[in-house]
Design a protein around this ligand. Structure first.
Ligand code: AVI
Length: 318
C-alpha cells in the first residue's frame, strides 16, 4: 500500500471507529489509535517506568521458562502476534535455536516498518532462524505457515486484557481455529493485585501515560478534519473498576466540548466532567483464565508467574 493509500484507509477506519464509539455511553475509542509514531515511542517509555511492572515481570518469566516452554511444546516455529520490536521474544528464540537448531519465526504486526527493521536484525543475530514477517492485525489472522503440530503462537504483553469480553472470546475462537492439533498458544496476562499498584501503573509520577493517552487527541485531529477538539480540553485518568476487574483509561473533559467532525458530518458534545474511555486493561485471575481457555477448546499445559506473582504466562495446547 502506498503512503497516500495508507492515509486514506487510516482515515476511513478511524472515522468508522469514531462513528461507532463517540456517540455511545460512555464514549469510547479502540486503543489501537494510541499507536502512531509518537504513541509507540511513549509506549516504549511506559514499559520502562518504575510503576509499570508487566513488561519486566513477563521478561522475567520468559528468561526463566523459555527452554521449558520449547521442551514442553516441541515447537519448531514461533508465531508472534503484535511482535513489535521482538525484544522479549529473544528469550524464546534463544531457546528455539539452542544447539544450532534451525527454526522459523513469524512476527505479525500492523507496523510494517518496525517489523522489517526487527526482522533484518534478527536474521543477523540468529543465522539458523528463518524470519518471515507478516503485516497483520491480531483481529484477522492470516493462514499460518510452519509445520502443523509444531507451532507455538505467542500473544504477549497482556494485550489480551485490552479486549472487551466479547472481543476476547472472538479472539480465542479465531486463534483456536487457526491452529492445528499439537500446536500451542502462549498467552501473557496481567493479574489482579492491589488497587494502588494497578492505578499507579497507569498513572505514573512522570506523567508519561498521561502523554500517551492525550496523544490520542492529536492522532484524531491529524487523521480526520475536525474543529473544536483540543488536547488541552482533557485530563488523563486511570480508574480501577473492581466489578469488571479492569483498569479504565479515560480522557476527562475539563470544559464543555463541541467538536465538528466535517469528515463524518456529525457534531460530538462532551460536557465538562464527562469522559471518553480510551482503553480497558483487564486483570485476570489465573484459574478463571484457565477455565476460559478450556471453554474455547484449549488444553492448558502450564502456567507461570514472575517471582512477585504480578504477571502470568499460560501455555495451552490445541
Ligand atoms: C498494550 N497493553 C497491554 C498495555 C496495558 O497495560 O494494557 C497498554 C497500556 N496502556 C497504558 N499503559 C499501558
Amino acid at each position: 500500500m502506498s503512503a497516500a493509500e495508507l492515509e486514506v484507509s487510516n482515515r476511513t477506519e478511524l472515522e468508522a471507529d469514531l462513528r461507532a464509539g463517540l456517540w455511545s455511553d460512555p464514549a469510547t475509542l479502540p486503543p489501537r489509535w494510541f499507536y502512531d509514531e509518537r504513541g509507540s515511542r511513549l509506549f516504549d517509555e511506559i514499559t520502562a517506568l518504575p510503576e509499570y511492572y508487566p513488561t519486566r515481570a513477563e521478561h522475567e518469566i520468559l528468561a526463566r521458562r523459555s527452554h521449558e516452554i520449547v521442551r514442553l511444546t516441541g515447537a519448531r516455529s514461533l508465531h508472534e502476534l503484535g511482535a513489535g520490536t521482538a525484544t522479549k521474544t529473544r528469550e524464546l528464540l534463544d531457546a528455539l535455536t539452542a544447539g544450532g537448531r534451525s527454526a522459523l519465526y513469524v512476527p505479525l504486526d500492523i507496523s510494517e516498518e518496525v517489523l522489517l527493521e526487527a526482522a533484518d536484525q534478527l536474521r543477523v543475530d540468529y543465522p539458523g532462524l528463518t524470519v518471515e514477517p507478516a503485516v497483520a492485525d491480531f483481529h484477522r489472522l492470516p493462514t499460518l505457515t510452519g509445520e502443523p503440530g509444531g507451532r507455538l503462537l505467542a500473544f504477549l504483553g497482556g494485550t489480551i486484557g485490552n479486549f472487551e469480553e466479547e472481543a476476547r472470546a472472538d479472539f480465542l475462537r479465531m486463534v483456536h481455529a487457526a491452529l492445528d492439533p499439537g500446536d500451542h498458544l502462549l498467552l501473557g496476562a496481567d493479574l489482579v493485585k492491589d488497587r494502588a499498584r494497578l492505578v499507579a501503573a497507569y498513572d505514573d509520577e512522570a506523567g508519561i501515560t498521561a502523554l500517551f493517552n492525550l496523544n490520542l487527541v492529536d492522532v484524531i485531529t491529524r487523521t480526520t478534519p475536525v474543529s473544536g477538539l483540543d488536547r488541552a480540553d482533557f485530563v488523563h485518568e486511570a480508574a480501577w473498576d473492581e466489578e469488571s476487574s479492569r483498569i479504565e483509561m479515560r480522557l476527562r473533559a475539563v470544559r464543555d466540548i463541541t467538536a465538528d467532525f466535517s469528515g463524518i458530518g456529525r457534531t460530538w458534545r462532551l460536557a465538562a466532567g464527562e469522559h471518553l474511555r480510551t482503553e480497558i486493561s483487564r486483570k485476570f485471575d489465573l484459574d478463571a483464565l484457565r477455565d476460559e481457555l478450556v471453554g474455547h477448546g484449549f488444553d492448558p499445559v502450564a502456567a507461570w508467574t514472575d517471582g512477585a506473582g504480578d504477571f502470568s504466562l499460560t501455555l495451552a495446547r490445541v
